[in-house]
Design a binder for this molecule. Structure first.
Ligand code: TNX
Length: 539
């Protein structure tokens, strides 16, 4: 044989060896966000191909809720993995749900060996979050629905659980309305970062967005507007239930908010009887055409639509018994369609409600929420009222209010506008968004600690969690939602999930670059922050 042929054969053999060789970089180098509590590397890898089976162990029905999303994800890559029965077989992915294991709530233990993947948890959420970790151990191509013969997972172990029980995002569907499909897309994207609450801001001065059967004009009139005077919209109760169920399938709980007693002009458009006599700022007022709706009775006290972004001019009539009947009906209907523990009553920026009226209003609203079996959330101003220990104050502006809530025995949800507000512009060149609180670049969103937000440090036990609100005065469609949310939401998610000692900007800024590649495959319109080298090595 000619020398050159031998060389060719050798080099072909060598090349094919490498073509088949899977990625075997250590598990700890994979760009997992939020960063897990501990990762232990091992050598080798697990191969996912058509011979692999998923096996459920322990509480099988609950485990299946987490296993099914993995099965669907792999099916997207052309790998149809069946369910099997034998946990002692080889080439299995075991989902074990066992409440007596020593694993904290929502946590998981993930062990990847050459012939077995073993996922353990004490609740289904933990197993689901393990699946999100596995997703990030798979190659980026998994996000692009590309069919493959096999996939590899690096061997090793991860022990993981969240630092905070509440890891949330808020979407304002009142200033601009977003469709059920848009909300589902947001749920898809945030669930990958182990977010477990989505707060929906369902009413504000510009629009009322949830059907309340006992007060039908709220949607017939109050929903037909948004910032800029667009047509607005609302969710029927059936659509809301569809959102709740979709979120639940991704282990996200919906927190509905009806903002009261301020931010209520859309209720006052619909029912003048709730109006103590407020007027809408003239330059943003748009008349309501009741005749066009076939409503013949005049309502002289009903206000015009508010199409601008001014805040703090509206209030419910806090002296009127009708107002409390209204609040009772709204909360009763909302509680009936909300399986989650919280109802948010707003309570922010009630600048035209006197404090002596505001306080009893909040206390009555809190009692109504309690009567319907739910816990109350409110923006930090609610701490002026007597809060129940089960109530949660959402700290957005004033540390003093947060401390007042804590002194009463309530927990706080940490959402400082200067760090977590997703509607804040990244810098002075950002085309959408506001900057009244701050410009928030990605490193600003990442480099802070919920325990040290105020001059008086908060105690760990006083903090329920962290939430990033996206207000929508300037955000009008899904592309803009994505642009303001990514990459900052993953930064907030890591603050809420990962212990402070495990977090560093240096590491996060490298890991997030790999997520940019995934978002491109998913068609996510993200902000390419100049603080990140997006073309850098994925790992
Ligand atoms: C303040 S945050 C508000 C909202 C606005 C937001 C805009 C809070 C409780 N109130 O009404 O939409 O600023 O950034």
């Amino acid at each position: 044989m000619k020398k050159s042929n031998i060389l060719l054969i050798w080099s072909l053999a060598f090349a094919s060896l490498f073509a088949c060789a899977p990625k075997t970089e250590p598990m700890s180098t994979y760009p997992i966000i939020p960063a897990p509590v501990t990762i232990t590397d091992a050598s080798g890898h697990f191969t996912i191909n058509k011979d692999v089976q998923i096996v459920l162990v322990g509480e099988k029905d609950a485990a299946a809720k987490a296993a099914e999303p993995l099965r669907l994800l792999l099916a997207q890559a052309g790998l149809e993995i069946p369910f099997g029965e034998d946990p002692n077989a080889q080439d299995v992915i075991i989902f074990e749900l066992n409440p007596s294991l020593d694993i904290p709530a929502e946590g998981y233990q993930l062990d990847i060996e050459k012939r077995k993947v073993h996922i353990k948890g004490t609740d289904a959420s933990g197993l689901y979050f393990a699946v999100q970790t596995i997703r990030q151990l798979l190659p980026e191509s998994i996000e692009g629905n590309t069919a493959v013969e096999k996939l590899y997972l690096p061997a090793g172990s991860i022990q993981d659980n969240p630092e905070y029980a509440y890891r949330g995002m808020m979407l304002d569907v009142a200033r601009h309305f977003f469709s059920v499909e848009d909300v589902k897309r947001v749920i898809d994207l945030i669930s990958k970062y182990k977010i477990n609450y989505l707060h929906l801001h369902l009413s504000d001065d510009q629009g009322w967005r949830i059907e309340i059967k006992s007060w039908p004009l709220l949607t017939r009139i109050g929903s037909r507007n948004e910032v800029g005077g667009g047509k607005g919209g609302f969710y029927t109760q059936e659509q809301y239930k569809e959102i709740v169920a979709y979120a639940a399938s991704k282990f996200i709980t919906i927190v509905p908010e009806i903002d009261m007693p301020g931010h209520t002009n859309s209720a006052l458009n619909s029912y003048g009887i709730l109006n103590p006599g407020i007027t809408v700022p003239e330059k943003t007022a748009k008349p309501v055409d009741r005749g066009d709706l076939g409503i013949t009775e005049p309502d002289d006290k009903a206000t015009p639509y508010h199409t601008g972004i001014e805040v703090g001019f509206s209030t419910l009539d806090t002296d009127s018994p009708t107002t409390y009947q209204f609040v009772d009906d709204v909360i009763r209907e909302l509680a009936e369609i909300t399986p989650g523990p919280y109802i948010h009553i707003g309570g922010d920026e009630s600048h035209v409600t006197a404090l002596e009226d505001y306080i009893p209003f909040i206390e009555k609203a809190q009692a109504i929420v309690t009567k319907y079996g739910k816990k109350t959330m409110g923006w930090d101003e609610v701490a002026h009222a007597k809060l129940l220990p089960t109530s949660v104050a959402q700290f957005w502006a004033k540390g003093q209010n947060a401390r007042m809530a804590i002194e009463q025995g309530s927990q706080i949800l940490v959402s400082p506008a200067v760090k977590t507000y997703l509607d804040m512009q990244y810098d002075s060149t950002t085309q959408i968004g506001l900057h009244w609180a701050a410009y928030i670049e990605l490193d600003d969103a990442y480099n802070w600690d919920p325990l040290a937000m105020d001059s008086l440090a908060f105690e760990r036990k006083s903090i329920l969690g962290v939430e990033a609100p996206l207000w929508s005065e300037t955000v009008t469609n899904l592309e803009e939602i994505e642009f303001m949310t990514f990459p900052r939401l993953p930064a907030i998610a890591e603050i809420a999930w990962t212990p402070t000692a495990n977090r560093s900007w240096e590491s996060f800024s490298k890991r997030i670059a790999a997520h940019g590649k995934r978002w491109e495959l998913m068609g996510v319109n993200y902000y390419k922050s100049p603080r990140v080298n997006w073309d850098g090595e994925a790992k």
